[in-house]
Design a protein around this ligand. Structure first.
Ligand code: MN
Length: 256
């Protein structure tokens, strides 16, 4: 079993080191991570310049491959030329902060897993619900248990294709976590307004504001499960086609 491990918080992030330590007893783990924090990078590829990779020489990161690009670049480069052999599983995280509801569209953590999935490899993204790395040990233990279960008995999810799992872990001590729940994505309110600042040259600058609060946090959602203390596992798909509107759109085209 060969696991490719990536993240979006950058190769020095505690969540990556914790996940690496948790997975090493289970499999051969190759780490490739961005040099800088690329949270919110989504599925972006770097196409304007070449990419370079170095190997970290010390600390808990020793042996990690570090790439000066995005999370998607990392997994893409690893799977299309850097790795000598194919990965059996792509794992991403542990992210500092939740990736629930529409977050999955912006997340670099989820994007790294998506890149594995696009190459036909089962992939899992792990995130801690709260920022600050509190109870990271518990999150890493949960991640190890999830990966252990996946290796022992891969979920035979139909249609036959690799799975893409988005996992959110409440920032709680291990004993307070209530178990694992299969969930759907909830929905968020629109993002909060940008924060404006005037810079020393008198120009107005904008900081992207925080994500909106949960709008649909009803039973069965990732928001609901994690608020109740459960670890949330959401199976994702990438086809954004609105199937219910497809026929209607065809009819509209014929009529108008
Ligand atoms: Mn991040």
């Amino acid at each position: 079993m060969h696991i490719l491990l990536a993240n979006d918080d950058g190769y020095l992030a505690p969540g990556l080191a914790a996940l690496h330590a948790a997975l090493t007893p289970l499999a051969r783990v190759t780490v490739i991570a961005p040099e800088q924090n690329h949270s919110g990078a989504s599925n972006s590829l770097t196409l304007q310049r070449p990419l370079s990779v170095f190997e970290a020489r010390e600390g808990v990161q020793k042996g990690f491959r570090v790439l000066n690009g995005t999370p998607t670049d990392c997994v893409h480069v690893a799977l299309t030329g850097l790795l000598e052999d194919r990965a059996d599983l792509v794992v991403s995280g542990i992210n500092q902060g939740q990736n629930m509801g529409e977050d999955v569209l912006y997340s670099g953590t989820v994007a790294a897993a998506i890149e594995g999935y696009l190459f036909g490899i089962p992939s899992i993204a792990f995130s801690q619900v709260d920022k600050g790395w509190e109870h990271l040990d518990a999150a890493a233990r949960i991640a190890r248990e999830v990966v252990e279960r996946v290796i022992a008995a891969p979920p035979a999810l139909e249609p036959a294709a690799p799975f893409l799992l988005n996992v959110n872990i409440p920032s709680l001590p291990y004993e307070h976590l209530r178990g694992l729940r299969a969930t759907r994505l909830g929905k968020r309110h629109p993002s909060q307004p940008v924060i404006t600042q005037v810079n020393p040259r008198g120009e107005t600058n904008y900081w992207i504001g925080p994500a909106g609060d949960a709008l649909d946090a009803s039973e069965g959602t990732d928001f609901h499960a994690t608020a109740e203390g459960f670890v949330s596992l959401t199976p994702l798909q990438l086809d954004l086609t609105h199937r219910a509107q497809l026929a209607q759109l065809g009819q509209w085209l014929e009529r108008n």
